[in-house]
Each structure stands twice: as structure tokens, then as C-alpha cells.
Unconditional design. Structure first.
Length: 381
């Protein structure tokens, strides 16, 4: 057992393969507290999505040791990878899967465990900065990081990095044709495609170090994903100016199941479903059912030109509107020129935020990583 921290009634350790079933249960039991309340399901393999990052994986488990047999009551993961940090090749950690049962949330268990885990990963991997995503209206999670408490004074430093919208483009009818040529990628496009994505990633804060090795790993190991899933926009000079690859991993890795529609989402759902019935597109899922969607991976747009993004989305939309999905999703940072690229589409925005997470002893502890162009693959969140 790789022990990270121990108290009289609980301990924190690295997860083992035999914890898989319990970790899947935790994800499905603890919902994200927001107006659209969801649970994430990753059975039969909790670790499958984490492995798709192709970095070093750390998953912690909180374990209650006060009873007759140990009980896992929480978890969290960090994946470290090569990244562009302030324009230099370095390493970064991406944190996710943070869950803890309600009766253990008060007191010092969460902050103590967070501090111990982040320091453990930092010392083991040499990573000086990490980041994570959170729903903007997930008040419960924000309280865990930001509510004033003596227990939290030694927590890692958490700062807003990028407010963004998870944009859902809904399939509600036909769409005008793009102005530039949109096509599926072929083998002959690979070298130019890699160069195009790699150049943009190097400009991003925490951008991926993108090369043929990483692309080939994704093509080989991401289920239901291939080179032909890439859509490419070319300008009149036949140069790539935008690309993205929709990826639907619902059947193989992860499902998003509706727990509840609350507050304004109840009204929006009734209006949306009424229109869906009249116009013949898919209504929103019932409570207990899953959303069916594809995430736009590798979404890259030259100079963040909204016209190029608009063409890209039109090309994808025309093909995917017949696939019986609720939506396609992408992330667009607030204040980005790309916000204008979704003009003409029926969209639903869910406010989210990226936060930097820096150990207090890190040489980067005082740094501000705020950016409107983060290296973030939402499909891996």
C-alpha cells in the first residue's frame, strides 16, 4: 500500500486496481451540485479515461479506518504530462475526479488530504503547477476550496485561470453551408495537421506538447476514434485554418446521467422539449437517463478567427445532425474572439472555470496563470 497520509480514524493512499468497483460507485453516487445535476459513470473501468491522457496517473482514495472494515469515502486524481508553461517546455498536472461523501466534508479531512496529495504528486513527479475544471455554480465544491477556515490555510494556492463556457450546440434543424472548404482528414494531411495543432498548442498556457507520437497514441488507444474523425477547414490558398475531431465515448468510457433539473433548468427543459416535439429533434433526457453527445477534441483555429470556427462547426453539424445526439460540445473561454464563431447555432452554455493549483512551496507559488487560451482537452475532463 502506498500510504500518503494517516490520521487516527482515516488515511489517504494511492488507489489500487482492486479499488476499481468502489471508485466507480463513488462517481455514480455523488452528483455535481448545479442547476443541471449530473453524475458521471465510468464503469466498468474507472481508470480508462485517466489512461487516455497518456501521462503518469495518480489516484488517491480516502479510507475510513474507524470501523470493522475500511470504507473508501472519497477520491481524486492527478495526471502529469509534458506541457508548455509560460512558453517553456515543462510539466503540468491535471486534477479531476474530486469526490467525497457528504458526512466527511466538514472539518479538516478534505483540506488535509488535498494538501498531502498535491505535495505527494509534486515531490514524486517534479510538477510545480496543476490545474482543474469546475462548474461555476457548483457551490459545494467552491466552498471546499475557498470558504474561510483555519483548516484551509495550508491548502495549495488556488486561483482562477480561465472562465469558460461549455458550449452545447443543439441539433434543431438544417444549417447554411460553410464559406470555406470543410473535409475529413486523410493520411496525406497528417504532417500538416500535426504542425498546425502543435504550433497552436505551444502558444497556449499548459498547451499539449503535440507531435506524431501523441497523435498516434490517441488514434491507437482512444476507442471509437480515428483519423477520419478529424474535420479540416482550408482557406482559398489550401492551407489548414481550423480543425476538430468529434469524439463520442459514451459506449466505451464515460456516461453523463441526469440526476435532476433544478431552478432555471426546469423551465428551459420544458421549453426545449416542447420545441423538440414540434420540430422533430431529440428532447432532453429524462431524469435517470443519459445525454448523448460528442465532444470536439483537438479544436484548433488559426488566429482564433471566429469565421473559421463557424465554418468548421457548420461542416461537423451537417454530418452529425443525423446521428441522434443531443448536442456536440466544445469549450470557449470568456472574452475569446471564438465566442462569435457560434453565431447562427442554437446553443446552451454551461459556465465553468479552470483554476490553477500550486503547492505553497512551489517556485511558481506567486504566479498568475490567467489566460483566454488554455491547453485544455475537455473530452478528457
Amino acid at each position: 500500500m502506498d500510504l500518503i497520509h494517516q490520521e487516527s480514524s482515516w488515511l489517504l493512499r494511492l488507489a489500487e486496481e482492486q479499488d476499481n468497483v468502489r471508485l466507480c460507485e463513488i462517481l455514480s453516487e455523488i452528483n455535481m451540485d448545479a442547476s443541471l445535476s449530473l453524475v458521471e459513470e465510468r464503469d466498468p473501468d474507472f481508470f480508462a479515461l485517466l489512461n487516455m491522457h497518456f501521462g503518469k496517473r495518480y489516484t488517491k482514495v480516502y479510507e475510513d479506518t474507524s470501523g470493522v472494515s475500511p470504507h473508501i469515502f472519497g477520491c481524486g486524481s492527478i495526471i502529469t504530462r509534458d506541457a508548455w508553461v509560460n512558453g517553456e517546455k515543462n510539466q503540468v498536472g491535471y486534477a479531476c475526479d474530486l469526490r467525497i461523501e457528504s458526512k466527511y466534508r466538514r472539518g479538516k479531512i478534505f483540506p488535509t488530504g488535498l494538501d498531502a496529495f498535491v505535495n505527494y504528486v509534486s515531490q514524486d513527479s517534479g510538477v510545480d503547477v496543476m490545474y482543474f475544471a469546475m462548474l461555476s455554480d457548483n457551490t459545494r465544491a467552491k466552498q471546499a476550496f475557498f470558504s474561510p477556515s483555519d483548516y484551509r490555510k495550508d491548502q495549495p494556492i488556488v486561483k482562477t485561470m480561465t472562465p469558460y463556457n461549455m458550449v452545447s450546440i443543439q441539433f434543431t434543424g438544417s444549417m447554411a453551408k460553410p464559406n470555406n472548404r470543410v473535409s475529413r482528414a486523410k493520411h496525406g494531411d497528417i504532417d500538416e495537421l500535426i504542425h498546425f495543432i502543435a504550433t497552436k498548442e505551444k502558444q497556449r498556457q499548459f498547451g499539449f506538447v503535440f507531435d506524431d507520437t501523441l497523435l498516434n497514441q490517441r488514434l491507437a488507444h482512444w476507442p471509437d476514434f480515428s483519423l477520419e474523425d478529424f474535420y479540416i477547414v482550408r482557406d482559398r490558398n489550401n492551407r489548414i485554418v481550423a480543425c476538430a475531431a468529434p469524439w463520442n465515448n459514451e459506449s466505451s468510457i464515460r456516461r453523463s446521467r441526469v440526476v435532476n433539473y433544478k431552478n432555471e433548468m426546469r423551465v428551459l427543459r420544458r421549453l426545449y422539449d416542447a420545441e423538440a416535439k414540434l420540430r422533430g429533434f431529440s428532447p432532453l433526457p429524462n431524469v435517470g437517463d443519459c445525454f448523448h453527445f460528442a465532444s470536439l477534441t483537438h479544436c484548433t483555429v488559426k488566429d482564433d478567427n471566429p469565421a473559421f470556427l463557424n465554418d468548421l462547426l457548420k461542416g461537423i453539424y451537417q454530418d452529425y445532425r443525423v446521428k441522434n445526439l443531443h448536442f456536440i460540445s466544445l469549450s470557449i473561454p470568456l472574452g475569446s474572439p471564438l465566442e462569435k464563431g457560434i453565431k447562427g447555432f442554437r446553443t446552451r452554455n454551461i459556465s465553468m472555470e479552470l483554476f490553477s493549483l500550486v503547492p505553497r512551496k512551489s517556485p511558481l507559488a506567486g504566479m498568475d496563470f490567467r489566460t483566454i487560451d488554455p491547453g485544455f482537452e475537455m473530452a478528457l475532463h
